[in-house]
Design a protein. Structure first.
Length: 163
């Protein structure tokens, strides 16, 4: 959907902004993304169908987003919807991980649960190469690169490296 900036007289009204002092109207910004042609066409149709100022479109989108039910589990917003493993900031495929596994007597309290991405949860923690211990969210000890009979490659308390 990347195009050169449209001339003032060819930009749809919903994409134009009136500037003070008689300056010509130009879009505030350009949005570029990759998607299947059907999605691009759907977005283009939705934007062109909106008849109000662009700011109203954004307000509508924000109101719609905020009206959606929130996730019932408070650990995801607590952890800012990101994987808590140091050096990972993934926001995709987030899991609720029990620091002390339930099978080993761990409970469902918030301080025993942390947000991790699917890769770190399934391949890292349950794969035996990442270990988390302590209390969430601020007192987690991370061990990365666990190997049988050897020290972990990295040890961290939160985001701080340990020797």
């Amino acid at each position: 959907m990347r195009r050169d900036r449209p001339a003032a007289d060819t930009a749809p009204e919903c994409l134009r902004r009136r500037l003070p002092d008689g300056e010509p109207p130009y879009p505030d910004t350009e949005v570029a993304f990759s998607a299947p042609a059907s999605i691009v066409a759907l977005l283009r149709t939705a934007v062109l169908a909106f008849t109000g100022p662009a700011e109203h479109l954004l307000e509508h989108v924000k109101a719609e987003w905020e009206s959606q039910p929130r996730h019932r589990d408070p650990i995801f917003p607590r952890d800012r919807w990101r994987c808590a493993v140091p050096a990972c900031s993934s926001r995709k495929q987030l899991h609720d991980h029990h620091i002390v596994f339930r099978s080993r007597g761990g409970d469902n309290t918030r301080d025993n649960r942390i947000t991790v991405c699917a890769w770190h949860h399934l391949r890292g923690i349950h794969g035996g190469v990442v270990r988390a211990s302590g209390e969430a969210p601020a007192d987690i000890m991370w061990e990365l690169g666990i190997r049988a009979g050897r020290r972990p490659l990295l040890r961290l308390h939160g985001d701080h490296y340990l020797h």
